[in-house]
Design a protein around this ligand. Structure first.
Ligand code: SF4
Ligand code: SF4
Length: 177
């Protein structure tokens, strides 16, 4: 469980929130980062990147993520400019720090529940990240059986996926599809 702020007024709430979360670096909410061509020379020295057709990208979970960004001052532009809806709500004072931490805890618990159910079911998901696993899973479920013929675990998974979608669109302004 993540810690709540002992000093609700502190100026570092945005960075504290992201350090407590990490969901846009660990493959939970975002599948990959696109890189500008001007960033490639410096980033090649710092991390493994892919360069299909001359464009650069890397897949999540990011190798540079370890309790925060290990290349923070040299991180890609997409990383530096990204702010999820939850972070924006905190910065615009629409949400207090403790409530934002509650949302992150809820997301992490939902992720654990989905991963537990996935481990019990026989889906052969190839993707390395939670983000792309969910994208893959949704495609499989769309092709699959009617809801009336699903097992208890499959129904639990479908319900958890709906709750995850709702949590993400409402609080983070994101969808996994
Ligand atoms: S998902 Fe939002 S709160 Fe979490 S680390 Fe990314 S920007 Fe910060
Ligand atoms: S480079 Fe840093 S900020 Fe960007 S995804 Fe990796 S850990 Fe996160």
């Amino acid at each position: 469980m993540l810690k709540k702020s002992l000093n609700p007024g502190n100026m570092n709430e945005s960075s504290d929130l992201c350090l407590s979360c990490g969901c846009c670096c660990d493959g939970t909410l975002i599948g990959f980062v696109k890189l500008g061509s001007e960033e490639l020379p410096a980033l090649r020295e710092l991390m493994e990147i892919e360069e299909p057709n001359g464009d650069g990208l890397f897949l999540h979970p990011c190798d540079s993520f370890c309790d925060g960004c290990t290349i923070y001052s040299n991180r890609p532009k997409q990383c530096a400019s990204f702010k999820c809806g939850l972070l924006k709500s905190l910065e615009q004072k629409e949400l207090d720090f403790d409530s934002a931490i509650d949302v992150i805890n809820e997301l992490k618990q939902k992720k654990i529940a989905i991963e537990k159910t996935l481990a019990m079911l026989q889906f052969e998901l190839q993707s390395p990240s939670f983000y792309f696993k969910i994208v893959e899973l949704k495609k499989l479920l769309k092709k699959g059986k009617a809801e009336s013929s699903l097992t208890q675990n499959q129904l639990a998974l479908t319900s958890d996926l709906k709750q995850l979608d709702s949590l993400l669109s409402k609080n983070f302004g994101l969808t996994l599809d």
